[in-house]
Ligand binder design. Sequence first.
Ligand SMILES: [Zn+2]
Length: 171
Amino acid sequence: MPTIFSHAVVPIATSLGIGNLVSRRLLVFSAFCAILPDFDTLAFKFGIPYASQWGHRGFTHSIAFALLVALLAMCFARPLKSRAWVVFVLSFIAVVSHPLLDMATSGGLGVALYWPYSNERVFFDFRPITVSPIGIANFFTARGWAVLKSEFLWVWLPSIILLFTLRGMRR
Ligand SMILES: [Zn+2]
């Protein structure tokens, strides 16, 4: 995975780009949505193998899971203080951006993007993001620095460009 901060950057930049339609609560919620798929690392604690559909980068890293979360989130449009369709679109983008970023990382197994249709683990051909270690240990090392550099270049920078493009389109 890229670090959780980088995952959260995508919906935060999208929210700030969209502007008024997104409440502050929805912005925070969408950041949470972007890191939600990696709660599957708990699977390791239960002895579920990495390659299992229930393992890390398994079903929580699928388009189907993103749709499910987005549909569920719509039920909370009122407490999230935003319109239902905005909640749906932003939650979907937030969750699905996670496996798409993972697919551009240099290590680990691919993601089960097409689950439950297929449990095949997929990657992009172009994988410029240096994979970050699971857990925070060993982060402040040369490898940690390489991760941050690649994430800045391939996640933060495009997100900032997206933010200003969306803002420009609103004018
Ligand atoms: Zn992940």
